[in-house]
Design a binder for this molecule. Structure first.
Ligand code: PAF
Length: 286
């Protein structure tokens, strides 16, 4: 496995392989790899000839009040995981290499990014879309893998791949969960013992909503009220949002009469958790 720090060296490596007809797979990450990333790497390894992972804690997707300084950084552990999963290149640029003096371009995907995470974290998706666009330009992948846990991020990336004519196939893999259902996330490490005990309730509320919709509940307000009841039973949980939306536009549905995504975000102490499930109604509505 090679470690490459410079964007130009990364592009040179990629271009050489592309000329030889090698299919390049790419998993962008911010490091602090967990089992969810491992699942992405395994899926990717099976589908490409050469696999690149980026590990870059992207400063411009964090607001000044957010956890950029404390975001977990475990490079040597991450490199071991990459080696174990057959990664060919770890791309580890510095912030200065990605955003040199004078850098000014920002990529925005206004409509898909507007609601939900975009409301709570107005900086976030501009930073994500910009770095992902840069990473695609540097790594030049044929196929990229993202995790469903960051559902809105996947929608933003899908839109920018389409709008900017990237000739890249985007594969979204299902969320990997702990045994009790909590979605794997690098930030779970910051939960206290009591917060960790309560954290799976977000997934439980989403599953309850998914079941209700499957059996015919079609009014989003009723479903949301039901989820709220599950979560509000625990005073330590603060709800950021619960939403039932169109999976492509992320606009809220007036009636659940087609496939939907149920999105949720809660806070437990200083930790913010997000999760989602997809659903499709199976019989007549209420
Ligand atoms: O999901 C992440 O880890 C990040 O948002 C990403 C896509 C690597 C961009 O920094």
């Amino acid at each position: 496995m090679r470690t490459i720090h410079s964007p130009s060296a990364m592009t040179a490596w990629s271009q050489r392989l592309r000329r030889e007809g090698v299919v390049i797979g790419f998993v962008p990450t911010m490091g602090a790899l967990h089992e969810g990333h491992r699942a992405l790497l395994r899926a990717a390894r099976l589908k490409c000839d050469a696999l690149v992972v980026s590990m870059f804690v992207n400063p411009i997707q964090f607001a000044p009040t957010e956890d950029l300084a404390t975001y977990p950084r475990r490079l040597s552990q991450d490199r071991t995981i990459c080696r174990e999963e057959g990664v060919d290149v770890c791309f580890e640029p510095t912030p200065a290499a990605m955003y040199p003096k004078g850098f000014q371009t920002v990529v925005t995907v206004p409509s898909v990014a507007r609601r939900w995470e975009g409301e709570t974290r107005p900086h976030h998706f501009g930073g994500v879309a910009t770095v992902v666009t840069k990473l695609f330009g540097v790594v030049r992948p044929d196929v990229v893998w993202f995790g469903q846990k960051d559902f809105q991020q996947c929608a933003v990336v899908r839109q920018l791949v389409k709008d900017l004519n990237f000739n890249i196939r985007l594969i979204v893999r299902p969320t990997v969960r702990e045994r009790d259902g909590l979605a794997m996330s690098s930030r779970n490490a910051f939960l206290s013992t009591e917060e960790r005990r309560l954290a799976p309730m977000l997934y439980q509320a989403l599953l309850a909503a998914q079941r209700a919709i499957k059996t015919g509940m079609a009014d989003p307000k009723t479903v949301q009220a039901m989820m709220r009841k599950v979560l509000e039973a625990q005073p330590a949980i603060r709800i950021d949002y619960l939403a039932i939306c169109d999976p492509d536009t992320l606009e809220p549905l007036d009636r659940i009469d087609r496939q939907a995504v149920i999105l949720g975000a809660i806070r437990l102490g200083s930790v913010r958790l997000i999760d989602n499930v997809l659903t499709r109604r199976t019989r007549g509505g209420t």
